[in-house]
Design a protein around this ligand. Structure first.
Ligand SMILES: [Fe+2]
Length: 299
């Protein structure tokens, strides 16, 4: 399960001070000194009991007219700092089962009930409320190719919650959690690790009942753009998809290119030929997905 970091400190940092201190050193969770430094700044930011409420009220008052922070997560998440120096800060709201927004939108809108790992490490602090619950598992990323239905040695560790004041390090590609509603509305604050290769490293959802990979959930904009460009039928897009399908360093992008080409194939026989070739392309992920695509054609 995520590593619990015990650190006590009574000092209070404003959000800007916290960001400045983290920017001065950068954030690398693989480095123990960097990790300890970041956890201390997070503890001190958490000691400011007013900053988040004040910020939300001021944003609401301004009706977002001066909202300059990047925020692409939706209403559950407030991005607190722009990415830089290997990190960004965010706050997450975790609704309770009885909250109207959860009843109205369903758990999927809040990443609840969806077992997953992360393709980034992050520090999290229980900032407000009793904290959301998670069932925690671990697995070994290096043993997984990532095809849907692939068996995984998923080891259950415990059910725990992120109580107010608790700091945990979620380890990229190792910790898996199935998040459950908080007992009442709760908020966590995260220091998210960012690095250039992150987008190409896969994040999975899991079937914890059957101990299988459910699928890859970390598809990026490049994949969506390729699918759209090929769907629009441009010759260059189709040529690019052929080249990506054959040689792209990311198996996920190769599979996306194959899916794009299959989507514009004139008939199932052509699709079958495409996927049959992919079965012997040298990638376990692509081969297994290609077989599943072929079975879906014939089934
Ligand atoms: Fe998560």
């Amino acid at each position: 399960m995520p590593r619990i970091i015990s650190i006590e400190d009574d000092a209070i940092l404003s959000l800007d001070e916290c960001v400045d201190r983290l920017r001065d050193t950068g954030f690398d969770p693989r480095d123990e000194d960097s990790l300890a430094h970041a956890a201390l700044q997070l503890r001190r930011l958490g000691n400011d009991r007013a900053f988040l409420g004040d910020m939300l009220v001021s944003e609401l008052a301004a009706r977002h007219r001066e909202y300059g922070r990047p925020d692409n997560y939706g209403p559950q998440c407030v991005v607190l700092s722009a990415p830089g120096a290997g990190f960004f800060l965010r706050a997450n709201m975790w609704p309770a089962a009885q909250d109207h927004m959860l009843k109205a939108s369903g758990g999927g809108s809040f990443s609840l009930g969806l077992p997953h790992d992360h393709n980034f490490s992050f520090l999290t602090l229980g900032y407000f409320g009793p904290g959301s619950w998670s069932d925690y598992y671990t697995y070994d990323y290096e043993t997984v190719a990532g095809w849907s239905g692939e068996p995984v040695d998923l080891r259950f560790e415990e059910r725990a919650r992120l109580e107010e004041g608790k700091i945990m390090l979620y380890r990229a590609h190792r910790d898996v959690h199935l998040q459950l509603p908080a007992d009442s509305l709760s908020v966590s604050i995260n220091i998210m690790h960012t690095h250039g290769a992150q987008g190409w490293l896969d994040q999975y959802r899991f079937d914890v009942e059957n101990k299988q990979v459910g699928g890859i959930v970390s598809g990026g904009a490049s994949e969506a753009w390729l699918r759209i460009a090929v769907g629009l039928g441009g010759e260059e897009a189709i040529d690019l998809a052929h080249r990506f399908a054959a040689r792209h360093p990311s198996d996920r992008m190769r599979l996306t290119a194959l899916d794009a080409l299959a989507s514009i194939a004139p008939d199932d026989a052509t699709r079958d030929t495409l996927w049959r070739g992919a079965e012997s392309g040298g990638s376990v992920l692509i081969a297994r997905e290609a077989t599943a695509r072929r079975e879906a054609l014939t089934g």
